[in-house]
Design a protein around this ligand. Structure first.
Ligand code: BES
Ligand code: MN
Ligand code: ZN
Length: 524
């Protein structure tokens, strides 16, 4: 490649940074910046009683949730609004910690007194500490790897004040919070890296380098190996590119593994649309994020050993860019997916499902069949149209998998909403020349894409996350920092760490396949 990229460029700068967390029963004494939680109703904290609500309101501070006001002094104090009822959930605490850390962006050392929050309601101190760390650390994430003069003040220390009796129980929350913040930051780094700085080839190199550090194995498949495997979807999408494709198989094998999970991630390093070229607008300019699914899968797996996950996990990262050129896949071309199903490409911009199909089939072919398959992909603009930028679409052929994904979404505040896998739309994916078409009609784009993927899961318990809407934050917003959100990395880590083999087989009400055994479903 004739374009100059600094050979020393580090695509994962977050891994070189770390925040020190201390738990203490004592109030801060030195110049550490402190949060003061303030409700919009009721009595003010003692230290603000003298100022009074009117003075605070005159400064624009009412105590509304996540509002902040800086009070300069020998020690910076940051008022953080907690609304009428105060902080009642771990999600609210994550938000409040993020609001604080963001408002105090010039401070390297932060202190939060959690005793008041934890004294009310029914708290699990471990969960609270984890949420506070995630919120503060992720709010301070900034992608400045390519700035000549980054002005970011690193979050060096976070001091959390607890009751003496709670400190021991909180230690595990510190560990989990730091691991999950690192996990999300890693996914953000990878997704924020520009497409030429992180081609599929380089992504594979980064993973090969990092995998052993996190107790993972990585196997990289280059173009030749992919031809050998017959991954026609991945190769077909790659056909227009001068960059080689890569499939990266990442494995986590704990001793005495209980259960086996497969995770498949969409790794379109850059999605131009191919011959069905996207218009040159802001959406197109965001398409370096089209590998967020793959980034989330890999990042989540770097947390598994530290979280003590007992489930064996295999990740399949399906990586290439999607480019137009004289050699690109044409409309009307037919690709043969691994396993033999043929797909007529009617729109080269519906490329994600093509690369994912190969990954899904490979996952079903594993000698030890997975107990569940979960895929994650920035798959459809329709997901963004339907749910906006805060909630991802989830579809599943199994209620238990869906429930476990929902639980992980609740724990991480990476919100998801289940859509029906409505097989009545399946006819739209028919093709006159091939087994399937890669697009359906104009409506229900999220469901059609999921129905397409469903053709390749061989009836195994399966969940699908469409994160197109949630991949990016256009501006800083609590723990979501501008750029890649890292959405899915924490969710999948929590999901995999808590995974239990699904108890029920096939429970989807609109599937029309209620009693089918694995292997008998998905007839074309
Ligand atoms: N990567 C895009 C989906 C996307 C859109 C992600 C907006 C993030 C924000 C995907 O490959 C795509 O282009 N999907 C098409 C599918 C259509 C041609 C059936 C879309 O959504 O328009
Ligand atoms: Mn596309
Ligand atoms: Zn795409």
């Amino acid at each position: 490649m004739s374009v100059v990229i600094d050979p020393a460029f580090d695509p994962v700068p977050s891994l070189a940074r770390s925040t020190r967390v201390s738990l203490t029963a004592l109030p801060p004494v030195d110049d550490i910046a402190t949060a003061v939680f303030v409700r919009s109703e009721g009595e003010l904290p003692a230290e603000l009683a003298e100022a009074g609500r009117e003075a605070l309101a005159a400064a624009g501070f009412t105590g509304a949730a996540n509002q902040t006001l800086l009070l300069p002094g020998a020690r910076l104090r940051v008022l953080v609004g907690t609304g009428e009822r105060g902080i009642e959930s771990d999600a609210q605490l994550r938000d409040a910690a993020a609001a604080f850390a963001r408002a105090a962006r010039e401070a390297g050392r932060l202190a939060i007194d959690l005793t008041g929050v934890l004294a009310e309601g029914d708290w699990d101190v471990e969960v609270a500490v984890q949420a506070a760390i995630e919120g503060a650390a992720l709010a301070r994430y900034r992608y400045d790897a390519l700035k000549s003069d980054p002005k970011t003040v690193a979050l060096e220390e976070l001091s959390l004040q607890l009751d003496e009796s709670q400190i021991e129980a909180a230690e595990i929350g510190v560990e989990r919070g730091l691991v999950l913040a690192r996990t999300a930051a890693l996914a953000r780094d990878l997704a924020n890296t520009p497409p030429r700085h992180l081609s599929a080839v380089k992504f594979a190199e980064v993973i090969e380098r990092l995998a052993p550090e996190f107790g993972l194995e990585a196997e990289v498949f280059d173009r030749e190996a992919l031809i050998e495997l017959g991954t026609g979807g991945l190769l077909g999408v790659n056909a227009g590119s001068v960059e080689e494709p890569r499939m990266i198989k990442v494995t986590y094998r704990p001793e005495d593994a209980d259960g086996f999970l497969a995770l498949i991630g969409k790794g379109i390093m850059y999605d131009s649309g191919g011959i069905s070229l996207k218009p040159s607008n802001a959406m197109h300019a965001a398409m370096k994020f089209d590998m967020m699914g793959a980034a989330a899968v890999f990042a989540s797996m770097t947390a598994l050993r530290d979280l003590g996950a007992k489930t064996a996990v295999t990740g399949w990262l399906m990586c290439t860019d999607n480019m137009p050129s004289g050699s690109a896949t044409k409309l009307g071309d037919v690709l043969t997916i691994r396993g033999g199903k043929t797909v007529e490409v009617k729109n080269t911009d519906a490329e994600g499902r093509l690369v994912m199909a190969d990954g899904l089939v490979l996952a079903t072919e594993e000698e030890r069949r997975p107990d569940a398959i979960v895929d994650i992909a920035t798959l459809t603009g329709a997901a963004m149209m339907a749910l906006g930028t805060r909630t991802a679409a989830m579809l599943a052929n199994n209620d238990d998998v869906a429930a476990q994904l929902q639980a992980a979404a609740d724990a991480t505040d990476e919100n998801i909403w289940r859509f029906p896998l409505d097989h009545r739309y399946r006819d739209q994916l028919k093709s006159t020349t091939a087994d399937l078409s890669n697009i359906g009609g104009q409506y229900a784009g999220v469901i059609l894409a999921a129905l397409f993927l469903n053709e390749f899961v061989d009836g195994l318990p399966w969940g699908h996350l469409d994160i197109a809407g949630t991949m990016q934050a256009e501006s800083d917003d609590l723990w979501r920092s501008t750029g890649s959100t890292g959405f899915g990395a924490r969710l999948l880590a929590e999901f995999a760490a808590a995974f239990e083999k699904p108890a029920v087989e096939e429970t989807d009400t609109v599937s029309g396949e209620t009693d089918a055994a694995p292997g008998e479903t998905g007839e074309a």
